[in-house]
Design a protein around this ligand. Sequence first.
Ligand SMILES: [Ca+2]
Ligand SMILES: [Ca+2]
Ligand SMILES: [Ca+2]
Ligand SMILES: [Ca+2]
Length: 464
Amino acid sequence: MRASISRRLGSALVAVLWLMAILTIMVYAFLSEMQVEYSLAAGFAQEKQAEQLAWSAIELACAIALNEAQPPNKLDDTWSHDPDGAFEVPLGEGAFTLVHPVYDEGTVRMRWGLEDEASKININYAPKEILLKLPGVTEEIADSIIDWRDQDSNAGPNGAESPYYESQTPPYNCKNQPFETIEELLLVRGMTAEILYGEDTNLNGCLEPNENDGDRTAPRDNGDGRLDPGLYAFVTTVSCDTNLTNDGRQRVNLNTAGEQQLQQAGFTPDEVMAINLYRISRIRSGPQQPPFPNVAYLLDVISPKRFREVADAVTVVDGDRIPGLVNLNTTPKAVLMALPGITEEIAVKIMDYRTQPGADLSNIGWLTEVVEPKKLQEFALFVTTRSQQFRIHAVGRVGTPYANATPADEAEARPRPFKRMIAVFDKLAQPRPRLVYWKDATMLGMPYDPEEGPAPAENRVGSP
Ligand SMILES: [Ca+2]
Ligand SMILES: [Ca+2]
Ligand SMILES: [Ca+2]
Ligand SMILES: [Ca+2]
């Protein structure tokens, strides 16, 4: 009897022990699941913080474009580069940044601010002769860009219309409308990702091992130790200027304005008479062209000094807007050299002049300090000194901002969530200024290293 009781007690004890063991395992399993969920939630919250920080950067950029980017627009303006105002701005539990690399002649510099869309060639308006001078653009690509954007279905000599695109897999139509994004170029005959993005596929201004190992890993590159940018850095779809003076007054059309209008624009009675005589002689010699094909033809009538005084007040076209003009105050060498008549020597002179302290860059008249009148007449139709659209490269990140970082922060450094966004703000958008484009570019990686500070070395080499 006693033996059977103690046996029963024994088996009950074993059962209780088993139960406890199972419960313990279950509690542990539950706890670890909770922990995973908790850290997921914390990670999610930090990602949301990073996203909000990136949007703060975009909002700051819009405010800068509206308030600080007043014409004329130059590279030494704060909207373009302001390490104190745009690099690692502390907010909440992190920081936000406006950054973009500038590629020029094999060197790369990081700039903290907005990128000027008028510093690029507009693929919706550039004639073939300009397109052909851009890096990587072949006859096939230039003709196909023009066929893509023009409304007709007549293919250029090396171009492509719908019959070509319909024979692709999968088939698609030729757009026959303006480009809305730069990425759309990838749909155009002859264009490749290598030509469009070049070697800096993560757009961070830094030469990473995969961007300098030839064909071994993507992208294809030439392994020459230099970061060769693609077309992406030099083209836009949105650049457009007003046909007004810097202070918002109507310009007068040199081809059609009456005497009174010309005098109101600042011409003396003698100059008005000279302009009239010039028009008559030009119409007699070549009626197929307007008397003033561009404003630089005024230099046939007045002195360079007078031209610099009146250039902003005159135009050769009607209408409120002029799309596709390139801002000579901000554009890199590769874009300058794509403009008609601009040789490397002239491009260097332009870039030297515009960086002189105190140089007056208020209208295109300043070019008379650098080139002969006949030369300016070759490219004056394509240029301006103003910017109305800006590309925003925004980064928000969670973690200690650069300015507040201590050695302990660096020791504890670990990957923290960040968000990278690319957006375009158009001051001339209708009915009011607004963002006309944005996309999440987080998958490209961090575009700068917070530990390097606001003055990183040029031609940075790094790990991906
Ligand atoms: Ca077409
Ligand atoms: Ca890179
Ligand atoms: Ca490679
Ligand atoms: Ca290279």
